[in-house]
Design a protein around this ligand. Structure first.
Ligand code: A2P
Length: 278
């Protein structure tokens, strides 16, 4: 190999991957646990480097050695900034360059992580408000898994509404597990109290709440079900994470309600994570 890119410089011998050398300048972390939810979804936890700092809601580049080459993809960090471990929630794509391998990881395996986290789904990118909506579909719940476990979210907002839309009920389980964990957590349950509202919906089978979140917003059913007034730019803030089409449609509805898109360098009323879509 000649003139390798920075992260392709092979420097460290990694016994956990059969002696394959891992790239220089990236973290090589150890998988602690893996939980498979469906044939499309799983979560895993791994060690966190002491020097690795991030803001809840940000993403990092996660990778594996595939043969002699590292393959990376952007992954929202699903654990909160205070957690000693790192958690990720992943889709399994049968032919995916990374996820076809990542879905086979086991405790003790090595996962690579680039050193710099980034992202727009952070509390600092929003102006102060009363009610924070987190709109997610599928694995788009991951950055919110981080934020709903961060005390700062509840210092800044009186009410936090997590919407999660999936094709079927089995795909909602991660969200239910998170809420259960919070309610049983030694200090989080007191901080969160009754501020967190979980609104799970499915589109392809029967369930208490049915339909795309965009349709439920347009019809007003979301607000009626939650017992809250319609979206108001004075009080409401939003964060969106999902497929490209979902981002576009949800953004249009927030703008129609008078909310403006913000960014790290220009906080405003809602933010979108575009890192995962083409
Ligand atoms: P639907 O079943 O009607 O396509 P996926 O698994 O394909 O990523 O989809 C996750 C969820 O996001 C599904 O419930 C899907 O609904 C929903 N969804 C797909 N496109 C949009 C969109 N443009 N706006 C809102 N929800 C969407």
């Amino acid at each position: 190999m000649n003139a390798p890119a920075k992260t392709d410089e092979f420097a460290v011998q990694n016994p956990a991957q059969g002696g394959v050398k891992i790239p220089d300048g990236v973290y090589a972390e150890t998988v602690i646990s893996v939980e498979h939810y469906t044939d499309r979804l799983f979560r895993f936890r791994m060690t966190r480097p002491d020097a690795f700092r991030f803001r809840s809601g940000e993403f990092a580049m996660i990778g594996l050695m595939v043969g002699e080459k590292p393959v990376y993809r952007a992954y929202s960090i699903a654990s909160p900034a205070w957690d000693e471990e790192l958690e990720f929630f992943s889709i399994k794509v049968p032919d995916g360059p990374l996820t076809s391998h990542l879905q086979a990881i086991k405790p003790g395996d090595t996962v690579l992580m680039r050193k710099k986290p980034t992202g727009t789904l952070v509390l600092d990118a929003l102006t102060p408000g009363k009610r924070l909506y987190m709109f997610s579909t599928g694995t788009g719940i991951a950055p919110f898994a981080s934020l709903i476990r961060d005390p700062e979210t509840y210092e800044k907002f009186d009410e936090v509404i997590l919407t999660h839309t999936c094709r079927d009920v089995a795909e909602l389980k991660y969200g239910f597990d998170l809420v259960h964990e919070i309610n049983n957590h030694e200090f989080l349950h007191e901080i969160v109290g009754t501020k967190l509202k979980h609104y799970p919906t499915v589109t392809r089978e029967d369930f208490t709440y049915r339909g795309r979140i965009t349709d439920l917003m347009e019809s007003g059913k979301l607000f009626t079900d939650l017992g809250v007034p319609p979206l108001n730019p004075e009080t409401d803030r939003g964060m969106i994470c999902g497929s490209a089409a979902m981002l576009k449609d949800t953004k249009a509805l927030l703008e129609k309600a008078g909310l403006n898109e913000g960014a790290n360098n220009k906080p405003s009323e809602f933010v979108i994570e575009r890192a995962f879509v083409g």
